[in-house]
Design a protein around this ligand. Structure first.
Ligand SMILES: *Cc1c(COP(=O)(O)O)cnc(C)c1O
Length: 232
């Protein structure tokens, strides 16, 4: 088979399923963006998705994205890249330079660092606050009971680039409870973007109002094992 055929087909299939889930929920299918998660895959695997016309991508490691994406962005100038994994302060400058959206703001110091770097560089990637809806000790994100305070403080620091919230529900739990919680926190804070739903549960996420679903294996197939743990 021609390399990339599978990926183009996978994209078409998941886009149809997203549209179906949106319509079933009485939502506009155009209000849900498929974010293709390329983590652990080389640029050669990601390129067919770009060639098929897809433009929204996610990576969960800054260094890996720096190694892979400058070349791809050069070839596909309107590709949009989202950081969906943890961001350390010492990588803020490089992250702001490369990513169009940073989904993993989870502490005030980081929001301050991002705001300072945005002022310095003039680049203003959109930002989401990551909420640890399952209160898992090993997982990044602000605890739900501390979310309103952090969102307010991050909004003061970041201003309009603060667009919404992101979560990664615990494995093995009913994801819909976490999606509903994230939607409620966003609603009461007046935020529009909801990044939630992965390959196993994106249709549920769409039913609960996801504006961005992050799909890795459903688009690119099983990840190479050495990197499968990732951060999600
Ligand atoms: C890897 C990852 C995904 C994609 O996971 P799949 O189950 O392969 O769709 C989504 N979000 C985050 C934060 C991830 O790390």
């Amino acid at each position: 088979m021609k390399p990339g055929t599978d990926i183009a087909e996978n994209l078409a299939k998941v886009k149809a399923r997203i549209a179906g889930a949106a319509e079933a929920a009485g939502r506009d299918p155009g209000a849900v963006t498929l974010v293709a998660v390329g983590k652990a895959f080389p640029p050669e695997t990601i390129k067919p998705a770009l060639e098929a016309g897809h433009r929204d991508f996610g990576e969960n490691r800054v260094q890996e994205a720096i190694d892979k994406w400058p070349g791809l962005k050069e070839a596909f100038a309107n590709a949009r890249l989202r950081l969906i994994g943890p961001l350390q302060r010492n990588k803020v400058r490089r992250a702001v330079a490369l990513f169009d959206v940073i989904e993993t703001v989870d502490r005030l110091k980081l929001a301050r660092g991002l705001a300072a770097e945005m002022d310095r560089s003039g680049l203003r990637p959109d930002c989401l606050v990551q909420v640890n809806t399952g209160e898992e000790p090993q997982k990044a994100g602000v605890l739900p009971r501390e979310a309103d305070a952090l969102i307010g403080a991050c909004g003061d620091e970041l201003g309009p680039p603060l667009k919404g919230l992101m979560c990664i529900p615990p494995i093995g739990e009913e994801a819909s409870l976490h999606f509903a919680l994230l939607r409620e926190i966003a609603r009461r804070n007046g935020l529009g973007d909801l990044s939630m739903g992965m390959s196993a549960d994106f249709e549920v996420a769409v039913a609960f109002g996801a504006t961005h679903v992050r799909l890795g294996t459903a688009v690119f197939g099983p990840r190479p094992p050495f990197n499968a743990a990732g951060s999600g």
